[in-house]
Design a protein around this ligand. Structure first.
Ligand code: PMP
Length: 372
């Protein structure tokens, strides 16, 4: 069927086996709900995209979405939930700009590609140090966190809870005492319960586990977001957004709306413990195929640090990997090519990726091995 804007719409719905790393699969129920509300949001006679961010509708949505984070993550008193723009990459800069004064130093745990980016960015703004690194083992694990010694003038310690590219996930977090622990949870937020009280700040771009791209969530202790240096640009100060309930300027309203639906979907689907159970069940299917393949597939991550969000693996050589990607695409699988910086294969299995999609991939992998 042709629409009035020259777009062809199919009448029979097809959903791909979507393993994209981000932007990534969204729950079908969420997409359907958004489609339902697309032309008339709660009787307003317009979509959420078409209304003022100062309207009652949007204010309610903004507040409710913060509340959903608070209840899903059991966020204690004394924390703010902010919705910002610029992606997690902007946080790489905002964190040192706001929280690293001239007389202090910031520690970074270097677990892979995203930690490296965060660490490099911080070096533009102040003194930093490498607290631990898994470079010697090609970022296949989380380095020993128990031996990290923080200097007395440490401003914060930064960790990356899940390395999206390498497929390595932190199973425990370092104890930093009074030094704020800051975590980039872009690729595993809301995939499992975490004790927020251990963190000074948690941040995440939305486009993996939370919704579409365009909004970045910052969950942080009041004292970290309420006192930015007075010389900083207005939009890059946490206190601007904190004092204005994330409505200082026009927010990414559609992204926040979609995130609201995703959070409801998580809540109604049993919350974070249930997400964790499902993610473990899904990734177990894939890791089992890898482990039982007699070396046909080799996992990148050391088994103790395997990610429940990004399953990374290689085949014997690049030619076979190419064949794997090509045949997988022909069979309806999308997004299995590893990140361009490391190669290999990667299946991203975020909350919204159904069990059946992972089971289909496990079967495809087994068949591919038999065939080759
Ligand atoms: N951190 C991690 C762990 C990521 O996976 C990504 C995106 N893939 C980023 C940061 C960067 O996020 P953004 O594209 O939102 O800037």
């Amino acid at each position: 069927m042709m629409t009035g804007v020259g777009i062809h719409v199919t009448t029979t719905m097809k959903r791909a086996f979507n393993f994209n790393a981000g932007p990534a699969a969204l729950p079908l129920e969420v997409l359907k709900a958004a489609a339902e509300q697309m032309t008339d949001y709660e009787g307003a006679g317009m979509s959420i995209m078409e209304m003022s961010h100062r309207s009652k509708h949007y204010e309610r949505l903004n507040d409710e979405t913060q509340q959903l984070f608070r209840s899903l993550l059991s966020i204690p008193e004394g924390y703010k939930v902010l919705f910002l723009q610029g992606g997690a990459s902007t946080q790489f800069a905002m964190i040192p700009m706001n929280l690293l004064p001239a007389d202090k130093t910031a520690g970074y745990v270097v677990t892979g590609s995203w930690a490296i980016k965060a660490f490099k960015e911080a070096q533009l703004f102040g003194a930093t140090f490498e607290a631990a690194s898994s470079k010697p083992t090609a970022y296949d694990r989380v380095p020993d966190l128990s031996s990290i010694a923080l200097p007395s003038n440490a401003a914060y310690l930064h960790v990356t809870s899940n390395e999206t590219i390498e497929g390595v996930q932190m199973q425990t977090f370092p104890n930093t005492g009074n030094t704020p622990l800051i975590a980039d949870m872009s690729s595993d937020i809301l995939s499992r319960p975490v004790d927020v009280s251990k963190f000074g700040m948690i941040y995440a771009g939305a486009q993996k586990n939370l919704g579409p791209s365009g909004v970045t969530v910052v969950i942080a202790k009041d004292e970290l977001v309420d006192a930015s240096p007075k010389t900083l640009a207005t939009m890059l100060r946490y206190d601007t957004h904190s004092a204005n309930n994330s409505l200082y300027n026009t927010p990414p309203s559609f992204s926040v709306y979609m995130m609201n639906l995703v959070l409801r979907w998580i809540r109604d689907g049993g919350g974070l413990s249930e997400m964790e159970r499902r993610n473990k069940e899904k990734t177990d299917l894939l890791y089992r195929v890898i482990d039982e393949s007699d070396g046909f597939y080799t996992g990148h991550a050391d088994p103790a640090y395997r990610s429940r969000m990004n399953v990374t693996f290689r085949l014997k050589d690049e030619a076979l990997e190419k064949a794997f990607i090509k045949e997988s695409e022909a069979a309806g699988f999308v997004g299995l090519k590893g990140h361009r910086s490391v190669g290999g294969c990667r299946a991203s299995t975020y909350n919204a990726v159904p069990y059946e999609t992972c089971a289909a991939l496990a079967e495809f992998m087994t068949d591919f091995q038999k065939k080759h």
